[in-house]
Write a protein that binds this ligand. Structure first.
Ligand SMILES: Cc1cc2nc3c(=O)[nH]c(=O)nc-3n(C[C@H](O)[C@H](O)[C@H](O)COP(=O)(O)OP(=O)(O)OC[C@H]3O[C@@H](n4cnc5c(N)ncnc54)[C@H](O)[C@@H]3O)c2cc1C
Length: 376
């Protein structure tokens, strides 16, 4: 498993580099709210017009059908150009909802949603977690009662990123009365403008309102919005999460190599900071993350749990790089530059998409073959 670019790959890389140099916004994206929506949709619209949207999506659905190797080349150029973070409000649509619709949706669902996503006309959020169901997602309690040709939804979701500015939500609910755990769930497209939905944004410690609580009070969702089979939403949800695990975080992982060079540049004019050894270690670890990213993307056939290894190593390294940034900057970090803000934001890396402890459990049980912990 090597990335050995040929002449076509090199031409592709240069085309990506030139396009990004000409088009990538140099302003930092707004942190949250309608300005962040406007910024992200505008940028996605430009990517689409330039032929760079839906890179991993099949060409039959308007994507670019890039191989994992080409995806790596694109994202290496993307982070080098310091283009906007891929973890913005278009992330769920491009990396979860769209690919899930392609894999499990009806032709009507695909025809309606896929062009809107790719062209930068709709934002999606994810409604999986609940106050009592995060790491243990199968304990979710929000219900959808079948009444005629609708589901009547009641309950609450939490931590739903960008729910305050989203048009649609991928909503996982319990639709079979009396069911428990993984049985009797459904994955449903929820139009966020439906009557009975209340969105209450939550402010994080960095001061941003990226995520929200969402309350459902007799929300009527047509049965035609179920993706996959009714009552078999766990299968659809696992499809969604599989897309997240393999390549969705590729740009963030590769970006650490750029961040560490930025940090070295911050440290260089501050000769008082005895940080050389720390920075050398961090640079080596960022290179290791890059190698692991290649491995996860290029290994064929894919080994599904490798994603947990790179996810855990990435999350913990991202926090250490940003913390080192604040240490080098000292009090200046409080008033100048992104380091303090990004350090506070980086705490979410060991929670979102599966906490560090859950990743360790997966590595222990599924990769190392250690005994399984007791299940509820
Ligand atoms: C920035 C951010 C964005 C998010 N976006 C979304 C989103 O868009 N949509 C969505 O649905 N959710 C989202 N989430 C929620 C995220 O998926 C959950 O926070 C995560 O799954 C953990 O669940 P929890 O918060 O309920 O914590 P819990 O599951 O209650 O865990 C609490 C603590 O117990 C530990 N723990 C739990 N179980 C075990 C175990 N078996 N072994 C060892 N330790 C354990 C955990 O590691 C953690 O430290 C987001 C979270 C963050 C931080």
């Amino acid at each position: 498993m090597h990335l050995t670019p040929d002449a076509d790959d090199r031409a592709f890389r240069l085309r990506a580099r030139d396009w990004l140099a000409a088009k990538a916004p140099t302003d930092r994206a707004p942190a949250d709210g309608p300005p962040s929506r406007h910024f992200a949709l505008d940028w996605l619209g430009q990517l689409h017009a330039g032929g760079w949207a839906g890179l991993a999506w099949p060409e039959a659905y308007g994507g670019q059908g890039l191989s994992p190797g080409r995806l790596i080349l694109w994202y290496e150029e993307y982070v080098r150009a310091r283009a906007p973070s891929t973890l913005d409000c278009t992330f769920v649509a491009l990396n979860h909802a769209g690919p899930t619709l392609i894999a499990c949706g009806t032709e009507e669902q695909k025809a309606h949603h896929l062009p809107r996503i790719l062209e930068g006309r709709s934002i999606w959020c994810q409604g999986f977690s609940e106050p009592g169901a995060g790491s243990d997602l199968a304990s979710l309690k929000t219900t959808g009662r079948v009444e005629g040709d609708h589901l009547i939804v009641n309950g609450q979701k939490i931590w739903s990123s960008f729910a305050d500015i989203a048009d649609y939500q991928e909503l996982l609910i319990r639709t079979e009365p009396g069911s428990s755990r993984h049985k009797g769930l459904s994955w449903v497209i929820c139009d966020m403008s439906l009557p009975g939905i209340t969105v209450r944004p939550i402010r994080n410690m960095a001061g941003a309102t990226h995520f929200a609580e969402v309350f459902y009070d007799d929300v009527a969702i047509p049965l035609t919005e179920v993706v996959g089979d009714l009552h078999d939403g766990w299968t659809t949800a696992m499809t969604t999460l599989a897309f997240e695990r393999r390549t969705a975080a590729m740009a963030l992982q590769l970006e650490l190599s750029v961040k560490i060079e930025d940090l070295i540049a911050v440290a260089a004019p501050r000769p008082g900071t005895a940080m050389a050894e720390t920075l050398a270690d961090l640079r080596a670890e960022a290179a290791a993350i890059r190698a692991m990213t290649y491995r996860v993307a290029l290994r064929d056939p894919a080994t599904p749990f490798d994603g947990s290894l790179v996810r855990l190593a990435f999350a913990e390294l991202a926090q250490r790089i940003h913390r080192t940034g604040t240490e080098i900057m000292g009090a200046e970090a409080l008033i100048d530059g992104p380091w303090m803000h990004d350090y506070l934001e980086s705490y979410s890396e060991t929670i979102a998409g599966g906490t560090a402890e859950i990743q360790r459990n997966i590595i222990a049980e599924r990769i190392l073959g250690l005994p399984r912990e007791p299940r509820p």
